[in-house]
Design a binder for this molecule. Structure first.
Ligand code: 5GP
Ligand code: MN
Length: 343
């Protein structure tokens, strides 16, 4: 956002506004964290604020302060629609293409005539309005929300609730501060969030130590299903609907599984293919190490996108056909994958 737009936005936000906040479908820690942090911040400034999630957050994020106040578009359709269309400012957080909210909610966002403000760190942002704060080098939208509040001269408004939401989002999007997107500045921001009341050990415990035995069983199945293609420096896993059902699958249970592929020596790309019976698709997650862009790979072949080292995609073919297609693509990419990490 240029300084002119920042001044214009500052001016708009200097009087009470009716604001709605939206994030992407299947919201993760960064999506919920950035939305709730903005909600608390904007409310503290006297605005009327409503967060609308396309669908429910996983259980391990529902303790976040304010999570209970969010509307779920898929369940509270009319109320959600009303909140969005009656707001005069609509914040788009942690996504940059309207289709990421799902078809019905996308139609509502497309009919919205108020002011869009986007804060996001994904690549190729849609040009929605003059108020786009997009930075693909920043590890998490939550870090951007911190900088946004800083730009408005309001760091002192960050209380323990806001700090906890932002900490949770940065922690989850950086794999607990270990991905290469984590910078010295990230650590400075996080240090300030702890100083402002984010209880780092408690947040880590609430997010990561919530396994059920059935989730560990599911993880066991995914690991057993893992196929390692050493020559392509790639590993992939699959989970079928039957396997998910047998393990009493709950939303969020597959979160992070894809990273296990990258824990293997000599593996620089990892994928997981998960049958999604609700949407009748195969949902795919890709991860890479080094310069190989899974964002580009997913864009080219699996209708997806995301970041260079973490992207998602989808396929309307069967699980078997999707995996076969993926495997058949690898010979074309194996040199690029190897070189991206080894040189
Ligand atoms: P995940 O694999 O955890 O679902 O997603 C990894 C990253 O890619 C996240 O930043 C997520 O927002 C993004 N992403 C996931 N699926 C899609 C998709 O279908 N399209 C785009 N553009 N980004 C995606
Ligand atoms: Mn994010």
């Amino acid at each position: 956002m240029n300084s002119q737009s920042i001044s214009a936005l500052k001016k708009i936000l200097s009087t009470p506004q009716k604001i709605s906040l939206v994030t992407h479908r299947n919201p993760d820690g960064d999506a919920i964290g950035s939305s709730l942090a903005m909600q608390h911040y904007l409310k503290s400034k006297g605005h009327t604020v409503q967060t609308v999630l396309p669908n429910e957050a996983p259980a391990f994020l529902q303790w976040l302060p304010g999570a209970e106040t969010t509307l779920k578009f898929d369940k509270q359709n009319q109320q959600s629609k009303k909140a969005i269309l009656e707001s005069n400012i609509l914040f788009i957080l942690d996504f940059n293409a309207l289709h990421r909210v799902g078809e019905t909610m996308q139609a509502v966002l497309e009919s919205y005539t108020g002011t869009f403000v986007m804060i996001d760190h994904h690549q190729q942002p849609e040009p929605l309005s003059e108020f786009v704060y997009s930075d693909t080098s920043i590890c998490a939208t939550c870090q951007m929300v911190y900088h946004f509040i800083d730009t408005l001269g309001d760091l002192n408004s960050i209380d323990a609730a806001i700090a906890s939401c932002l900490y949770a989002g940065i922690m989850t999007d950086t794999g607990s501060f270990r991905f290469s997107s984590t910078t010295a500045l990230t650590h400075r921001v996080v240090a300030d969030l702890i100083a402002k009341g984010a209880d780092n050990a408690m947040i880590h415990d609430r997010v990561f130590n919530t396994n059920t035995t059935s989730r560990l069983e599911l993880m066991g199945i995914a690991l057993t299903n893992m196929v390692v293609l050493q020559e392509s420096h790639t590993a992939y896993m699959t989970l079928s609907v039957t396997e998910l059902e047998n393990c009493n699958y709950q939303k969020g249970d597959t979160e992070g599984l894809v990273n296990y592929g990258l824990s293997l020596k000599g593996i620089y790309m990892s994928a997981i293919f998960i049958e999604d019976s609700d949407q009748n698709i195969v949902k795919i997650s890709f991860r890479s190490k080094g310069r190989f862009s899974v964002n580009q790979f997913s864009r080219n072949h699996f209708q997806g996108g995301g970041h260079d080292n973490a992207a998602g995609g989808r396929s309307t073919s069967s699980l078997k056909t999707t995996v076969e297609r993926f495997v058949s693509l690898l010979p074309t990419y194996k040199e690029a994958i190897a070189e991206s990490y080894e040189s």
